[in-house]
Design a protein around this ligand. Structure first.
Ligand SMILES: Cc1cc2nc3c(=O)[nH]c(=O)nc-3n(C[C@H](O)[C@H](O)[C@H](O)COP(=O)(O)OP(=O)(O)OC[C@H]3O[C@@H](n4cnc5c(N)ncnc54)[C@H](O)[C@@H]3O)c2cc1C
Length: 343
């Protein structure tokens, strides 16, 4: 009989994050489909609160690696904890969330046990008695389904693909797995996090609106001059006020590589389209943008789409937007910023 290990690291307060509970939901489905034993394996500085929150999830036992050495994300100690939990559970399948902490160690852990690992899994199912995992390739254009014979098979699940497990809190009996940590493994210490201020983060996957900037923002305008500095300030002002996510056409991000006047806060990470991202937002607004790729592929997952373009004949804006404003984006966005400012 297969043994499914639901594997998770605890958060600083000893609880589990939402994506770990989503992975647990998948592990439970799978244990039912395979008629397998479900074991929970938790590691971190303190584990009891997390185990208690899962007390009624149906796991047959709760294995834990606990201690200060496992508080912080660190390859050496995380891999040690996971390896010990996998061995103690004698797991054939391991289900964990695709957190950066898990993703960093699971290939190494699989190697230590002679197993295999699948990352960015979007769903798992059982067909003809075997476990099939699906994941997307090439920026969500191709969905692959595959089976593997290697065991243990570790599957890291991307967030948002399964409802998080919920249930009554109880009291779980922990089976502590003893792991001795040589001092040499704790030499690496996380000293803190350095992240850009929220206003400098222009890619916001949870934003309600995707604002797409095209190369027109840097082109000569009706006075015969480009107004790149003003374009920058209009766009940043809008992003600051609306908290929209910023997408860009390829032409616009490529400009910086050609030493032309460009918007300084853009990088290729902002690019949407065939060779860029296809983000998911409820609404999209394309500005100064003519390209086929940003309008077709780039916002194919955007529910409601509008565009502002000087050119009434812009085929892609006309063909793919629900509403096309034939107008000067500088003027429109200045006015929008004013209205947002007065709110
Ligand atoms: C294989 C391949 C892959 C590609 N992949 C991508 C991709 O992933 N993403 C992508 O974006 N492109 C991609 N491209 C390039 C794409 O085909 C277009 O060349 C590009 O998207 C054009 O960028 P743009 O619309 O910003 O610039 P332009 O074509 O220069 O359009 C600028 C627009 O701004 C308008 N404008 C100017 N001033 C104003 C103003 N004041 N107010 C309103 N409108 C104004 C103009 O009317 C014009 O329509 C790819 C091309 C190839 C061949």
């Amino acid at each position: 009989m297969d043994t499914i290990l639901f594997l998770a690291h605890t958060e600083a307060d000893g609880t589990l994050a939402k994506n770990a509970l989503e992975a647990l939901g998948t592990a439970l489905d799978l244990s039912q489909s395979l008629g397998a034993t479900l074991v929970a394996g938790l590691w971190g500085a303190q584990v009891q609160p997390a185990a208690n929150s899962l007390a009624n999830c149906g796991a047959q036992k709760f294995l834990a690696v606990e201690g200060e050495a496992f508080a912080q994300a660190r390859y050496a100690t995380d891999a040690l904890a996971c390896e010990a939990l996998l061995r103690a559970a004698a797991a054939t399948f391991v289900i964990a969330a695709e957190t950066s902490r898990n993703a960093r160690v699971m290939a190494g852990v699989a190697h230590r046990l002679g197993g295999v690992v699948d990352t960015h899994v979007s769903s798992v199912a059982v067909a003809s008695g075997s476990l099939q995992a699906t994941r997307w390739f090439y920026r969500q254009r191709i969905e692959g389904t595959f089976v593997r014979t290697g065991r243990p098979r570790i599957l890291l699940l991307d967030p948002g693909n399964h409802a998080p497990w919920t249930g009554e809190v109880g009291t779980a009996t922990l089976e502590l797995v003893d792991v001795s940590v040589p001092e040499s493994l704790t030499r690496t210490v996380v000293k803190g996090f350095v992240t850009p201020p929220a206003d400098q983060q222009t890619i916001r996957p949870d934003a309600k609106l995707l604002f797409v900037a095209g190369a027109g923002w840097t082109k000569k305008q009706k006075d015969g001059q480009p107004h790149v500095a003003e374009a920058e300030s209009i766009i940043l002002d809008f992003l600051g006020k609306s908290k929209a996510s910023l997408g860009s056409s390829k032409s616009l991000v490529d400009l910086s590589g050609e030493n032309q006047a460009a918007l300084r806060f853009l990088s290729h990470l902002n690019q949407v389209g065939q060779t860029g991202a296809s983000p998911r937002h409820p609404k999209g607004l394309a500005t100064c943008c003519h390209g086929e790729e940003p309008h077709t592929v780039g916002w194919r997952f955007i529910a409601e789409r509008r565009a502002i373009n000087l050119d009434p004949g812009c085929g892609w804006a006309r063909g793919k937007a629900d509403v096309l404003y034939v107008a000067d984006a500088f003027e429109v966005m200045r006015k929008v910023n004013l209205l947002l400012g007065s709110k």
